[in-house]
Design a binder for this molecule. Structure first.
Ligand code: C5P
Length: 307
């Protein structure tokens, strides 16, 4: 069989249903109990061989519907997708240089793990392109080496992440939940939000899972899920971007079952009762003038998939 000439992988964004953050550890990371939920907002990553580049070396290009987001994607070796190609190339026999093209729909630096999703997609796409046959467990380990949020988009659906967020166990979920994501101008640095968290919470307790959240997911109960959503990084994100408080309040006033900053922000997530309710909520949020735009999505959805 001939090797493929290009491989495209579709990969979902995530929202954190619970982000419990413990004290800072000796290695500078924070112990987390992080409930990841994959939603139907996808980047597409296409890799094709480049014979003029060394094995594992990558050139990047990016396009997408939001020029302000596209412009913020780094096109050099600091891009996590390029680092994913370089890392995998050290572990498979027939690696080549690659062109990595990212079609972006996930907000950039938005707290929805878009950069991590692209890295996960690049691992899967390069492994298929290079016919590496890397076992899933090994891909998960390589993903965890790249960043705390890179392993989750490989498995998708809903999972709890412990350690620095990279040790994953799937959580049972019934049915589908409907979401609105409110986009705001500019991004937030994850490292800066964690640093602000340390300033606000020098006494942070050890993070725990919440039985009410687990039960709401297992029952497919959106109302109970909405009441159980929490994010310990939210006060830190609000301290850095106080205007997000008005956005969350606008969503609650418009009938969201739950409202929270997604991950380290600044994107905010709102839980709706149904797909119709999500569309109404999105319209109300846009009319409130507290966000730049909205997208609707549902979850859980599967992880990175070759298309
Ligand atoms: O692992 P990743 O590179 O995605 O993390 C980005 C930054 O977020 C880290 O440099 C660190 O400042 C912060 N972080 C943390 N604790 C975690 C995960 C991330 O402090 N568990």
């Amino acid at each position: 069989m001939n090797a493929p000439t290009s491989v495209t992988v579709r990969v979902p964004a995530k929202v954190n249903l619970r982000l419990a953050v413990g004290p800072v550890r000796g290695d500078g990371y924070h112990g987390l109990v992080n409930v990841f939920h994959a939603v139907s907002l996808y980047d597409e990553v296409t890799v094709s061989p480049r014979s003029d580049l060394a094995p594992g070396q990558a050139v990047l290009s990016v396009d997408g519907e939001r020029p302000d987001h596209v412009a913020r994607v780094p096109l050099d070796d600091s891009n996590l997708a390029a680092r994913a190609a370089a890392l995998l190339a050290r572990h498979v026999p027939h690696a080549t240089g690659v062109h990595i093209h990212v079609h972006k729909a996930i907000p950039v630096a938005g707290g929805m793990a878009g950069g991590s999703a692209d890295a996960a997609a690049a691992l899967v796409a390069c492994d298929a392109l290079w016919e590496g046959g890397t076992p899933r467990e090994r891909l998960l380990e390589l993903a965890a080496e790249l960043g705390s949020d890179v392993a989750f988009p490989l498995i998708g659906c809903t999972a709890v992440g412990t350690g620095r967020g990279e040790q994953l166990s799937p959580l049972p979920v019934q049915g589908t939940f409907h979401w609105v994501f409110a986009l705001v101008d500019g991004g937030l640095s994850t490292a800066k939000v964690f640093a602000e968290y340390d300033r606000l919470r020098p006494d942070a307790p050890e993070p725990t899972l919440d039985d009410a959240l687990v039960a709401a997911l297992a029952a497919g109960d959106a109302r109970r899920l909405g009441a159980a959503l929490t994010n310990d990084l939210q006060p830190a994100a609000l301290a850095l971007r106080p205007e997000l408080g008005d956005l969350l309040e606008a969503g609650r006033a418009a009938g969201a079952l739950g409202a929270l900053v997604s991950g380290s922000g600044p994107t905010c997530a709102f839980l709706a009762e149904s797909a119709d309710h999500a569309r109404e909520l999105a319209a109300a949020l846009r009319a409130s003038g507290t966000c730049a735009d909205t997208v609707t999505a549902h979850g859980p959805v599967p992880g990175a998939t070759v298309v």
